[in-house]
Ligand binder design. Structure first.
Ligand SMILES: *Cc1c(COP(=O)(O)O)cnc(C)c1O
Length: 380
């Protein structure tokens, strides 16, 4: 048993600390929405779209109801459906593959690069068929997928490129922002994302005015003008309260990202000082110029035991994700056998996310690394 005074509780994520630093600004923005009584659409949504477009170096941004709906509406805007195939990563949050299946298309899961946990472009070419319509890389944990070879494949085979950038707003690949490279970029404002709202929200970004227009119509039941429906869309709107909160938080995002990056460097240093990489703790590999560390994920073959150990010490941790999509029960009909995406399966068994939110203190980081050192010492 740990004494409450000596055992520091390090949560995986502490949104209260962040809110305390911006509460006045948030309250003003929320009060403004209530004063206007414009809750759907309106100036706050427009301002949020403009700010996210600029931040992501994209010509257009369309606020939507969630990151999931951002992916869904991008697929709908391309008329991707039954008979079509979409190549994506199996090592991601469910929404990525779920949306493909929801429009009636077939998700084709291609294995990841174990260094970055992102879609391995070298394996993609062999899976392209006459039915392939889109490539949907995921920028997992805040680090962008290897976009150049994916872009080349998309151009060569005339495929739509949709970036699942839900975990990667502000991340960069060779100086290019997440969401700005593909035909669509999809962001999530789920509260635990680096730019989180006060509920669900998301954004589609694109450089293409025609695509922006289709997405804008689809999010509002395909109507243009009002009550004249050119497409069958849905209610995928971002509400004004979320937009107001996200717009305030966006101003702080670069400072929070810098704090996450500094926290990651500190972990790297503390782990190295404790010689933990030599004892089988694999640290995150940063290959892209701007990794925004939505998560700091280590690997160890003894992951489940380490998890148990950290839980006993009340140190926040999480497994993103324990079951890769190709092994999910709901996708059994696709017929993937164990071993069909071996790196994704190994990552699902070995990865463990540690507290990396901007306000993690030096003492908290040391508590985390000390605990992992104690685990490694006890284990050998
Ligand atoms: C969070 C997330 C989504 C879905 O976003 P929601 O806003 O929760 O719907 C999609 N893809 C990835 C990779 C995510 O992390």
């Amino acid at each position: 048993m740990h004494n409450k005074d000596t055992a520091m509780n390090v949560p995986l994520l502490d949104l209260k600390a962040q809110h305390a630093s911006i509460a006045d600004e948030i309250n003003l923005a929320v009060a403004d929405v209530f004063a206007s009584q414009v809750f759907i659409g309106g100036p706050h949504v427009l301002a949020c779209e403009k700010a996210v477009a600029a931040y992501s170096a994209c010509a257009h941004a369309i606020g939507v109801s969630s990151g999931t709906d951002a992916l869904l509406v991008a697929l709908m805007a391309e008329n991707i459906g039954p008979g079509d195939e979409v190549i994506t990563s199996p090592y991601t949050f469910f929404a990525t593959g779920g949306c493909v299946a929801r429009v009636g298309a077939t998700p084709v899961f291609v294995d990841i690069d174990p260094d970055t946990f992102n879609l391995n472009p070298e394996l993609v070419a062999a899976r392209i068929t006459s039915k392939t319509r889109a490539l949907m890389p995921v920028h997992l944990y805040g680090q962008m997928a290897d976009m150049d070879p994916l872009l080349a494949l998309a151009q060569k085979h005339n495929l739509v490129l949709i970036e699942d950038a839900a975990q990667a707003i502000g991340a960069e690949y060779k100086g290019r922002r997440a969401g700005s490279i593909g035909h669509y970029g999809c962001f999530s404002f789920f509260p635990s994302k680096n730019l989180g709202g006060a509920g669900d929200g998301g954004m589609v970004v694109t450089q293409d005015p025609a695509r922006a227009e289709r997405v804008a119509m689809l999010r509002n039941h395909g109507a243009h003008p009002k009550y004249y429906h050119r497409f069958i869309g849905g209610n995928f709107r971002l509400d004004a309260l979320q937009a107001a909160v996200v717009t305030v938080k966006l101003k702080h995002l670069d400072a929070w990202t810098a704090a996450r990056q500094a926290n990651a460097r500190r972990y790297d240093r503390l782990f190295a000082d404790a010689s933990l990489p030599e004892r089988g703790i694999v640290l995150p590999r940063v290959q892209r110029d701007r990794h925004i560390f939505n998560q700091y994920v280590i690997r160890t073959p003894r992951r489940d035991a380490l998890r148990e150990f950290l839980n006993q010490r009340h140190i926040g941790n999480e497994v993103y994700y324990p079951v890769p999509l190709h092994r999910q029960e709901c996708f059994a009909y696709l017929g993937y056998q164990p071993g069909s995406c071996p790196e994704s399966e190994r990552a699902a068994a070995e990865s463990l996310a540690l507290p990396i939110y901007p306000e993690v203190s030096d003492a908290q980081a040391r508590t985390v690394v000390d605990a992992i050192r104690d685990f490694c010492t006890a284990a050998h």
